[in-house]
Design a protein around this ligand. Sequence first.
Ligand SMILES: Nc1ncnc2c1ncn2[C@@H]1O[C@H](C[S@+](CC[C@H]([NH3+])C(=O)[O-])CC(=O)[O-])[C@@H](O)[C@H]1O
Ligand SMILES: O=C(O)C(=O)Cc1ccccc1
Length: 243
Amino acid sequence: MPASKDSLYASPLGEIAAFSFDENVVKVFPDMIRRSVPGYGTMISAIGLLAGRYARENSRCYDLGCSLGAAALAMRANIAVRNCKIVAVDCSEAMIEQCRRDIELAPAEVDIEWRCADIRDIEIRDASVVVLNFTLQFIPLEDRGRFIAGLYDGLLPGGVLILSEKLAFDDKRQQDLQTEMHHLFKKAQGYSELEISQKRTALENVLIPETFSEHRARLEAAGFSSVEVWFQYFNFASMIALK
Ligand SMILES: Nc1ncnc2c1ncn2[C@@H]1O[C@H](C[S@+](CC[C@H]([NH3+])C(=O)[O-])CC(=O)[O-])[C@@H](O)[C@H]1O
Ligand SMILES: O=C(O)C(=O)Cc1ccccc1
C-alpha cells in the first residue's frame, strides 16, 4: 500500500474523538509518526543495531505495540544468530492486518510472528531483546508497574529493554519549552496550528507521558540493574534498561 500523507486533523472537526489506531490512522501512519516524533528514524535504526548486539541464539525478540512493524523489520535486518524469532504484537487489528499484507511481499530468513493482542495479556518469555517504541505511554498508569515487572521476568539474564517515550518534565519552564519545541518541530514538518491543536486534544488522556525519574524508578523497582537515556530530541527519549 502506498503510504499517504497525514491530513487527519487538517480540517476543523466539530467534535474531536479520542485518538485511536484505526484504519484511517494505518493509511497515514508512516508519514504521521515520522513528522510527529522527532528522531523517529534514528531510533528505529539504533533499535536494529541494538538487536544485532543483544539478540541471542534460541531466544525471542519482542516488538510490543509494533504498529506497522518498523522496529521488528529493523531488528530482522540486523539479527545474525540462529533460531531467534521475532514476536511483533499490537492490539490494533488494522495495524496487524497491514503488517501481514506487507510481509507477504518481503519474506526473509528470520521469522516474524505478527500477533494481534493486548501486550498486557501476552506471555513474554526467553526474551533477549524487548522493544517498547512509544507504546507504554498508551497503557493506563495503574497497569504500567505490573506490566514492566512481568516483562522483566520474561527477559533472559543479560537481556535488554529499549523503552522510547514522550517525556514529561517536573520543571514547568522545561515542560512548556519542550512542548513548544515539539510543536515547532511539527510546524517545520508541515503541520498547521489547527492540525497540531486538534491532535493534541485527541491525545488528551490517551497518551500519558511520565518523567524520566518515574520511568527509571519503575524499571529499577522491577529489577533492572542499569537504566540510561541513549537518545533524546526535545520531549521524545529512548532508554536502555539492562537486566
Ligand atoms: N495495550 C496495548 N497492547 C498492544 N498494542 C497497543 C496497546 N496500546 C497501544 N498499542 C499500540 O501501540 C502502538 C503505538 S505507536 C508505536 C510505534 C511503533 N512501535 C513504531 O516503532 O513504529 C506510537 C505512536 O503512534 O505514538 C499503536 O499501534 C497501538 O495500537
Ligand atoms: O503527534 C504527537 O503530538 C505525538 O505526541 C506523537 C504521536 C505520533 C503518532 C501517533 C500518536 C502520537
